[in-house]
Write a protein that binds this ligand. Structure first.
Ligand code: FAD
Ligand code: DLZ
Ligand code: SF4
Length: 521
């Protein structure tokens, strides 16, 4: 537990703020009930309106918040819960807190370190403006502190996720034998790139049949702008810690054994495959990354013949590696990160990103699935929607707004680093070493989308040519100044240079034609 900015500990009536993504029942705050402490949780318009969120995201967060406040009350904590339509709700964290302090004579205010830069600023400003003392405490969720990545890479020009991951494995003694990785090998990436076999039927996902109608009706009474669909009688996402743990158990029993093998696979109408769908539970802190990893390792120890080590390592890497790495980059690079646009892309997102109405099968599936479930797995986000947006030169602000809204797990610290960084290379290579772009051949290699598509994957120009093919070469041609010096990309320019001039012209004309009628693709 760290205590920062403590200005006065002599208070006898304390108000503690719990944010919607701080539902950590194991936090030291909640160890014992204390009559002098009141917790406040609030559904507010500043949070519902900073993006056009998916309706499942708003309903899911409110439902989880309400359940969390009930659990606190059951454990004898005093809680003020402000519902969205409460008359005295002033619709922002700072206004509500100021009002409560004045009304209820609190003498001390406390909050947990928020995960979003904007909220961090708001709460710091609030503490300066109030006349009572205040303090801030860690959220006790992550493996790393906000600044750990900065210290680790101090003096280095580039950041490498692999190095950060290895340091954390050693530091937290995860899958280690002394100072060496268990099995002697750190990285199993090359073994994890299988397409789903034709007749393979994946295990159906565990979904919850939560009735969240009451929450939905309250949102419907307002003018909050949301996107996507919802079945509010059978809401599929976990909305409390118990359900989050059930989802974890289901993943360990049914999916972990094939997690790595099919991590990059995509197939129509299968929205979850062998992914854990634990990001929502973890990002709201209903479960911790430590317990997810511990339980995965326990499961592997129980069933070593069923779960290969490489499947386990690949899963652990996502959580202790990528998730912590993205958080470190966020706190090191914000707020400048939010306006980076390395390629100076300026285009608007096509309308069909919001409707799914496109003839491109891969995009149609990934977008419709996102509208139906507020979820797409990593490769759909990176190599389908993200890939297309980058090839089409869409402005990163437009892309961020889409990703921040549409996914149930989208909280800015992990959304923006993945979107602007990993997917769009708008940070010029802070997160990744090269842009993730591909033509149809990669999409066909990893999915079963192309066979039934209106477009033809092998055709580059002319009728029914797959748009990814010409846009791919157009991207390299257009961004030559930025990319040709990158040693990981130089090879692509050799291929481009060796192409016949008329073939190059045809590809660029095709790309131009598609970009001009992007809304009709
Ligand atoms: P699994 O495939 O089961 O992986 C297990 C866990 O590993 C995840 O729950 C997640 O906590 C972690 N993880 C995996 N990859 C990453 C990653 N690249 N960065 C951080 N954590 C990772 N993740 C979010 O949580 N919120 C976002 O808003 C978000 N936006 C993204 C946008 C783009 C363009 C891309 C390419 C990726 C984004 N990701 C985001 C990362 C990743 O796609 C999701 O974490 C993952 O798809 C969530 O599904 P899952 O829980 O089934 O993950
Ligand atoms: C995303 C979200 C939404 C839609 N609504 C609320 C809310 O009404 N109250 C709340 O406390 N949190 C909400 N959140 C999550 C916050 O945006 C999140 O806590 C901040 O981004 C800090 O990371
Ligand atoms: Fe996507 Fe092109 Fe394949 Fe169609 S042919 S599914 S647009 S990659």
């Amino acid at each position: 537990m760290i205590n920062v900015e403590a200005t006065d500990k002599m208070s006898n009536k304390t108000l503690r703020l719990v944010l919607g993504d701080q539902l950590n029942s194991n936090h030291s705050w909640f160890k014992a009930a204390d009559d002098s402490v009141t917790y406040v949780m609030m559904e507010v318009r500043t949070e519902t309106d900073y993006a056009s969120h998916h309706i499942q995201k708003v309903v899911g967060i409110f439902s989880a918040m309400r359940n969390f406040s009930k659990t606190l009350e059951l454990n004898k904590h005093q809680v003020i819960y402000m519902h969205l339509n409460d008359e005295d709700n002033l619709q922002s964290f700072e206004k509500n807190i100021q009002s409560l302090i004045a009304k209820d004579n609190f003498t001390h205010f406390e909050y947990q370190l928020p995960d979003e830069f904007r909220v961090d600023v708001v709460l710091k400003e609030l503490c300066k403006s109030i006349e009572i003392s205040s303090s801030v405490i860690d959220s006790e969720h992550f493996f790393t502190s906000r600044n750990e990545l900065e210290y680790f890479f101090e003096g280095k020009k580039t950041f490498v996720m692999e190095n950060f991951y290895r340091m954390l494995r050693k530091k937290h003694d995860v899958l280690m034998e002394g100072n060496q990785p268990l099995t002697g090998k750190w990285n199993y990436d090359s073994e994890n790139r299988k397409k789903l076999p034709k007749n393979h039927k994946p295990t159906p996902p565990l979904v919850f049949n939560n009735n969240v109608l009451e929450v939905l009706e309250e949102i419907d009474k307002t003018d909050i702008k949301t996107i996507g669909n919802i079945d509010a009688v059978n809401f599929v996402w976990p909305i409390n810690r118990e359900q989050s743990l059930q989802l974890l158990d289901f993943f360990l029993a049914e999916c972990l054994q094939l997690f790595g093998s099919f991590q990059d696979a995509m197939t129509p109408n299968e929205w979850s495959l062998y992914h854990s769908r634990l990001s929502f539970s973890m990002n709201l802190k209903m479960i911790s990354p430590q317990e997810v990893i511990d339980k995965a390792i326990q499961e592997w120890n129980k069933r070593p013949n069923k779960i290969e080590y490489n499947q386990l390592e690949r899963f652990v890497r996502q959580i202790i590696g990528w998730r912590e790495y993205m958080r470190g980059i966020y706190w090191l690079k914000m707020p400048e990160y939010a306006s980076m646009n390395f390629f100076n892309n300026q285009e608007k997102l096509p309308d069909w990103f919001w409707t799914g109405k496109t003839k491109m099968n891969c995009l149609k599936d990934a977008i419709n699935q996102s509208l139906s479930f507020a979820y797409a797995h990593h490769i759909q986000r990176l190599m389908i929607t993200g890939n297309f947006a980058l090839l089409a030169g869409i402005h990163p602000d437009e892309i961020d707004a889409w990703y921040l809204g549409i996914y149930i797990d989208a909280i800015e610290w992990v959304e923006i680093t993945n979107t602007r960084g990993m997917s769009q290379f708008a940070d010029g290579g802070i997160v990744g070493t090269k842009p993730y772009v591909s033509s149809a051949s990669y999409i066909d290699k990893m999915s079963n989308y192309c066979g039934s598509c209106f477009y033809k994957k092998e055709v580059k120009t002319g009728e029914k040519a797959c748009p990814f093919n010409s846009l791919y070469w157009n991207f390299y041609d257009k961004n030559r100044d930025e990319l040709a010096i990158n040693p990981r990309i130089g090879m692509m320019y050799n291929v481009w240079r060796k192409m016949k001039p008329e073939a190059k012209v045809a590809l660029l004309e095709q790309a131009d034609y598609y970009l001009k009628k992007i809304n009709e693709l």
